[in-house]
Ligand binder design. Structure first.
Ligand SMILES: [Zn+2]
Length: 943
């Protein structure tokens, strides 16, 4: 629809930028405007018409074949379909339209993906297992990572290949693995307007690409509708003005959800499951694609809807029939066995039970009973079922007999642990602090310590001033709290026994969390997770029994305020008369409760990872990430029919991308891409990067000051550089370090002495840098970097301890603080051997560090290494390092209760920056998954 190239680019800019323009988008605009001919071209464009044609208009929206004007050959458009459910009223079922579903055809999304998407070559047609053999002696291990490496996918693939070919068809058959996410979301913090999108990804594509460009690999499939306000009015009218009861509304809501999924699982999709769909691939070959649903991620209330079970029923788990009273038994042998034996199955028995219950509610003779009727409940209660036909059971399971909705409803680390079990525990620990005699002072100290926790790259951000205030924290915030709170809690509580119990519980939580979130698992790490789960369960139970029972904990002030607010709102809703009761000020007693379904879920992790792959594949975090787009689009809509405008905007974005891709393939070489590629290639293979500029020269004469570390700076530097500066060709034989320098032997000349004082940096100066980027390979075999910045929080590094190779009881790493990053052009001015000099300077990079020493033996229960600085004047205090020896940045958190070295903040050495030193630090091995795996020796594939 665009008249010319500039208009297209301006349109693309407008759509991608959303309603809130960032600085970057502004700069983009300025760049665009400077193109020759830009303003003339753009002024010719008819913008309203262009955007209308990009997004389709109202009539076209209901027409699945796309725009009427024929500009688009795009079948993946949006449809709107009325949603009708049987309402059990007046003793029988009354069909009623209760809303509209906005949706796209799943099969057409697949067609579009295979035949048109620019990255189709990265779509895996065949699944495969990955094995890892660390060395020749050890047996190979299975590696769990992607869905297309998983048991579930392999099984589906084998079953498909073993099944008979359709008559007359010899095409290769491919399993397409679908993964769904759905999550109702408020469009903004201050609005009651909700959007309820359904997203879909293909498990045949790598998760690593998905998290980078989620918006292109994750597809918007539907926007669900909810029961509207008029529905309640309608029921009330039919019920002589009486408002409908809660069980009735819950029933209708679930009925409506499955009615919408019924629409999504259309005949076309079922046919693609049963008989496959033939698509011409971009390599010019035809293949027959069979759709399989693998996972469906949602938080607990939506899981209940998907599995058609009763929320807070006697059997609240969507995967097994665990009783409410057994939820706290996580990790016991009986518990693990029970999960297997009472696994929910979508079998004939279940379907018949539900049908019978429905027959009672909505019989054809008009003598139906109410939804909450006792006879009906007696039927459903043993499995906490609901009298709703599960659309997955009716549709997908009919086309693919292997499919079982209960096993597709997967675990969800973010809601279950970070925002579930761990959040609960954290709040309770706050309550325990507050319940102490000196409660207020403790909470104050707690907040102060958290403010002092250093940041760490992208992993740990600065903590808010008052961590103990529980205001709208996201999963990420709770994750940061878990990773850093052990040193903060140390020696905080006056009762050391309780304090100790707290720390061991946090330690196992941190360990479990690190393991559960690994992006790459092996059989060994899964074994570790299994053991951690058992320990987590038993530690939680003993914590509740031995600690929580003895402390009278109350609501936190913020919690009490929130509850009062809630009660007030409810009271206002009901009647003004009861508001008297809601305004009592006392904070209620709260006990730690682990009889919760989220706690129970933690026992399903190992099994699910074995089956579908690691938790990041199906984490609801992806859904949250995806939500950004519809929320942004919503803000730009006129709010009259938000869903319609949002889906139209979704099309605009998709179509603009498609045009861009076409342009790219037309122009073949996009200069921007080439540049990025160059940068990427440059970044990936090197070990580290230090700038090359010479803006900050440092004269070595400036170190001639009498200060403990300065006097040794130059000689130490020369000693460090000596072996690096003499060309290797000249040093053919074993060398020996002597007091003067280096001695080595040339067979024809005998021993040769090299003197360190002859090492000469050109101009007697070195060049200082602020930043060094350390590149490394992570445990899951990706390239990452840590940016070390002098004088900031991120200036600590870890180095392999050379002695560890011989003695594995020693600590594996050494730690140091980087004081300076330098390069210099260095030459050796003495004779390399009699009569020969090589004065050509070499560019050498080096970092100057202050060592930490590891404190042994450990004197406490915190399972982290503790380190300290040796005195600044001791000769081993500082050293020079080759940047290649640095493994990663390290995250060190002060041992707060041990205090600072100089309480007055007056250090002894300006160079060593020791004024704010603490007496001891903890090395935080939980700071990220890669760091955690560095302490699990021999377990990480990438290390
Ligand atoms: Zn269960």
């Amino acid at each position: 629809p665009f008249p010319n190239h500039s208009s297209f680019e301006l349109g693309e800019w407008y759509i991608e930028a959303g309603s809130q323009l960032s600085l970057a988008s502004l700069q983009n605009l300025v760049e665009l405007a400077q193109r020759p001919g830009f303003s003339e071209q753009v002024s010719q464009a008819n913008w309203p018409k262009i955007f209308n044609s990009l997004g389709g208009d109202g009539d076209v929206l209901s027409d699945p074949t796309g725009d009427a004007n024929g500009d688009w050959i795009d079948e993946a458009g949006w449809k709107q379909t009325p949603v009708s459910i049987p309402v059990p009223i007046g003793g029988l079922a009354e069909a009623r339209v209760v809303g509209t579903l906005f949706h796209r055809s799943i099969v057409s999304i697949l067609r579009e993906k295979i035949s048109n998407s620019p990255d189709a070559e990265l779509f895996h047609f065949d699944p495969f297992e990955v094995h890892w053999q660390p060395d020749l002696e050890s047996p190979p291990q299975r590696v769990y990572s992607e869905l297309y490496n998983s048991d579930a996918f392999m099984k589906a693939h084998r079953e498909l290949q073993d099944s008979p070919q359709p008559a007359g068809c010899h095409l290769p058959r491919v399993v397409v693995g679908l993964m769904f996410w759905s999550d109702g979301t408020h469009v903004s913090a201050f609005s009651s307007e909700k959007l309820w999108p359904l997203y879909m990804c293909f498990g045949n594509e790598s998760k690593y690409r998905r998290c980078k460009t989620a918006s292109e690999l994750c597809h918007h499939v539907a926007y669900f509708d909810e029961l509207s306000a008029d529905f309640k009015d309608y029921i009330a009218r039919r019920n002589k003005g009486k408002m409908p009861a809660d069980p009735f509304m819950a029933h209708c809501r679930m009925e409506m959800f499955h009615a919408q999924w019924h629409i999504l699982q259309d005949d076309e999709l079922l046919d693609a499951m049963e008989n496959g769909v033939v698509i011409m691939c971009q390599d010019g070959k035809e293949r027959r694609f069979y759709i399989r649903i693998f996972t469906y991620s949602a938080d607990y209330p939506e899981k209940v809807l998907i599995a058609t079970i009763k929320q807070r029923g006697d059997c609240p788990c969507p995967r097994c029939l665990v009783k409410k009273t057994e939820l706290d038994q996580l990790g016991t042998p009986e518990d693990m066995l029970r999960r297997e034996q009472t696994m929910r199955r979508d079998n004939e028995v279940r379907r018949v039970t539900v049908s019978k219950a429905r027959e009672k509610i909505m019989p054809s003779d008009g003598k139906g009973v109410v939804v909450g009727n006792r006879d009906v409940q007696a039927l459903l209660q043993p499995q906490s079922l609901q009298a709703v036909m599960n659309s997955f059971s009716v549709r997908t399971a009919a086309a693919d007999p292997q499919f079982d909705i209960f096993s597709a409803v997967v675990i969800d680390q973010m809601h279950e642990f970070e925002l579930g079990v761990w959040k609960e525990l954290f709040l309770h620990l706050m309550r325990i602090l507050a319940a102490s005699v000196t409660g207020e002072a403790l909470v104050n100290e707690f907040d102060r310590r958290f403010r002092l926790v250093p940041i760490f790259g992208r992993g740990i951000r600065r903590f808010s001033t008052n961590v103990s205030q529980i205001k709208r924290k996201a999963a990420r915030d709770y994750e940061d709290l878990l990773q850093c709170c052990m040193p903060v809690f140390e020696a905080l509580l006056p009762n050391t026994g309780y304090g100790q119990a707290m720390i061991s519980l946090i330690a196992i939580c941190a360990r479990w969390h690190a393991l559960a979130k690994l992006r790459m698992h092996t059989d060994d790490t899964l074994q570790m997770l299994e053991e951690a789960t058992t320990e987590l369960g038993s530690q939680f139970r003993s914590f509740v029994r031995d600690v929580c029972e003895h402390i009278a904990t109350r609501e936190l002030p913020a919690e009490a305020a929130e509850r009062e607010e809630r009660e007030k709102r409810q009271a206002e809703k009901k009647a003004a008369a009861v508001s008297e009761k809601a305004t009592k000020k006392a904070r209620k007693t709260v006990k730690m409760n682990i009889s919760r379904v989220k706690f129970h879920f933690l026992g399903d992790y190992v099994k699910t990872i074995r089956r579908f792959g690691t938790t990041d594949l199906y984490s609801t975090e992806l859904g949250e990430l995806m939500h950004r787009s519809p929320k942004r689009w919503y803000r730009r809509s006129s709010k009259r029919n938000p869903r319609k405008e949002v889906v139209r905007h979704e099309r605009r974005v998709a179509r603009i991308r498609k045009l861009r891709n076409e342009l790219r393939s037309r122009n073949k070489v996009d200069p921007k891409i080439v540049e990025e590629q160059k940068l990427g290639a440059k970044a990936a293979d090197i070990h580290h990067f230090i700038g090359t500029n010479q803006n900050t020269p440092v004269s070595l004469n400036s170190f001639r000051v009498p200060s403990p570390d300065c006097s040794t700076f130059v000689p130490n530097l020369q000693k460090h550089l000596l072996p690096r500066v003499v060309p290797h060709t000249e040093r053919q034989h074993l060398e020996r370090v002597t007091a003067e320098g280096l001695e080595f032997i040339r067979p024809e000349l005998g021993p040769v002495q090299l003197d360190w004082s002859s090492v000469y940096p050109k101009g007697w100066r070195i060049f200082s840098h602020k930043i060094i980027r350390i590149k490394y390979t992570t445990y899951d075999v990706r390239r990452r970097e840590d940016v070390i910045h002098i004088g900031s929080d991120v200036c600590n590094v870890m180095i392999a301890n050379p002695a560890y190779a011989d003695d594995q009881t020693l600590p594996p790493y050494r730690y140091a603080r980087v004081l300076g990053i330098y390069h210099a052009d260095v030459s050796y001015t003495g004779e390399v051997f009699p009569g020969v000099r090589c004065l050509q300077p070499t560019r050498l990079e080096f970092v100057w560090v202050r060592w930490y020493i590891i404190n042994q033996p450990k004197d406490d229960m915190v399972p982290l290494e503790s380190v300290s600085f040796p005195p600044v004047d001791s000769p081993e205090s500082t050293a020079f390092l080759h940047p290649n020896t640095i493994l990663r940045a390290a995250h060190l958190i002060p041992r707060f209760h041990k205090g600072r070295v100089y309480e007055d903040g007056q250090g002894r050495s300006h160079m060593a920056r020791d004024a704010y030193d603490w007496n001891e630090y903890y090395v935080n091995q939980f700071v990220d998954r890669d760091m955690f795996m560095r302490y699990q020796m021999g377990m990480a594939v990438g290390h």
